[in-house]
Design a protein around this ligand. Structure first.
Ligand SMILES: O=P(O)(O)OC[C@H]1O[C@H](O)[C@H](O)[C@@H](O)[C@@H]1O
Length: 452
């Protein structure tokens, strides 16, 4: 099966910083991390529900998702997907990468507190036919809760309370949280997020699958790609398992002083795949004051802005390219009467060919500039290969976190700003903190402002 998988890792440009022997010397640690991810026994092992993509969503749930998606496609011109973090990024990553544009437009709300963005979207949907998918595992996150109120209000004003209820699907915990309570009381259709699947590992659960299906993307193909990579990763040998090779290599590079990993693609439609990847690795590994900072660039665009930094800035970065080897539309560079634009040497060549040359040139130049880099090659981009890529990174991330000695499945650090914000906003039960935070902000702002 492994031979037919659409994904491989080229690690040639990690040398001389890291070579095969060094990665192989970590095989025992990799085996242990593999055991923790597949059998439990490691930190956070109550969140391993994503490991078997055959179980993350049942056949019945897939059928329900397809039925709900068909209903939304039939009745609506827009789906407002409301969520943030893991309840948002995976679906957007897949939809922006693969969306055929033949169904309702999926639009996103509740992923910020921007008045401008929400106002713009509310005005765009005014008088339009739309449905809502409110997605929140905890059911209590502020941004999606606020957005849900805004868009529910618009929908209710447009179609009436009775009809609005039929156009809302809530994806949330089976029993806990405000969204679950609300959905049960209002009688919305609901999809369940299992307790053992954390937000950033939930794209292949109902969290991601409903908006993805509404966008007309083949969710069976997506799941099949993930399942096949999951099966292939059960062989732990780093010379045959690119996910584990990648996990070990990035840990080795971190220990050698590299502090940032840049996800680099040559396809703007992978922008949100990079955003999803950033959350996956950032929340999984950014703890105990260690780990690589996950950043992203889009090339060749950013070669004309960040390219200088990557080539000659501080030498603390590694780079991971995600490259599509084929399957792109054929756009040929046409003949021209004159060669005034000096592009005669490219006449008749395809844009994909030029883009590929740009990638090869960049990987070599960055290696020469002291940036160890490796490349994840996808044979083409479709639902199957994207499912494979998603699972590849998820599995690599779990194993990488255990190799680094942290809990890859919690995110305690995200609570610190929330506590301050709730205090400032006067949320019930935060009264004590309100006074403290206000006093600290006042003392701070009195002394430290420079202005014209
Ligand atoms: O799905 P929710 O419970 O609304 O959470 C949405 C997101 O917000 C939180 O603050 C966490 O940092 C993320 O891991 C999570 O994906």
């Amino acid at each position: 099966m492994a031979a037919s998988l659409p994904l491989k890792l080229d690690y040639g440009y990690l040398a001389p910083d890291v070579d095969l022997d060094e990665v192989q010397s970590w095989q025992d640690q990799v085996d242990l991390a593999h055991k923790k991810v597949t059998q439990g026994g490691g930190l956070g092992d109550e969140y391993l529900g994503w490991v078997d993509p055959g179980k993350i969503v049942s056949e019945d749930e897939v059928a329900t998702i397809k039925t709900l998606a068909a209903g939304i496609r039939e009745s609506s011109d827009y789906l407002v997907s409301i969520g943030i973090g893991g309840s948002y990024l995976g679906a957007r990553a897949v939809i922006e990468a693969l969306g055929a544009g033949d169904g309702p437009e999926v639009v996103y709300a509740g992923n910020s507190l921007s008045a401008f963005d929400h106002d713009r979207l509310l005005r765009k949907l005014d008088g339009k036919k739309f449905s809502i998918n409110a997605i929140s595992k905890s059911g209590t996150t502020t941004e999606p809760a606020v957005a849900f109120r805004l868009f529910r209000d618009l929908l209710t004003r447009q179609v009436g309370a009775e009809e609005a209820r039929k156009k809302i699907v809530a994806t949330t915990d089976a029993a806990k949280g405000a969204l679950r309570k609300f959905a049960d009381e209002e009688g919305y259709a609901t999809l369940k997020i299992a307790d053992d699947v954390g937000g950033r590992y939930s794209v292949l659960s109902p969290v991601g699958l409903l908006p993805i299906a509404v966008a007309g993307i083949d969710i069976d193909g997506l799941l099949a790609g993930a399942r096949d990579v999951a099966a292939a990763t059960n062989s732990t040998d780093v010379t045959k398992n690119p996910a584990y090779f990648y996990a070990a290599a990035r840990n080795l590079l971190y220990r050698k002083g590299y502090s940032t990993e840049i996800f680099a693609s040559f396809e703007p439609r992978l922008h949100y795949v990079a955003e999803w990847w950033k959350q996956l690795f950032g929340e999984s590994e950014g703890k105990s004051h260690i780990s690589l900072f996950p950043a992203a660039v889009e090339l060749t665009t950013d070669l004309h802005s960040m390219g200088q930094w990557i080539q000659e800035g501080r030498r603390n970065i590694i780079e991971t390219f995600v490259i599509l080897d084929g399957g792109e539309p054929e756009v040929l560079i046409p003949p021209s009467d004159s060669d005034l634009d000096e592009l005669g040497y490219l006449q008749g060549k395809s844009l994909q060919y030029v883009n590929e040359a740009a990638y090869k040139a960049t990987a070599l130049a960055h290696r020469d500039g002291g940036v160890p880099n490796s490349t994840v090659h996808l044979s083409q981009l479709d639902a199957y290969s994207l499912g494979a890529l998603i699972y590849f990174f998820e599995r690599a991330c779990g194993v990488s976190g255990y190799l680094g000695g942290i809990n890859p499945f919690n995110q305690p650090g995200v609570e610190a700003y929330k506590k301050n914000m709730f205090a400032l906003l006067g949320k019930p039960k935060f009264e004590q903190a309100t006074q403290e935070v206000q006093a600290r902000l006042k003392a701070q702002s009195a002394d430290t402002v420079v202005g014209f």
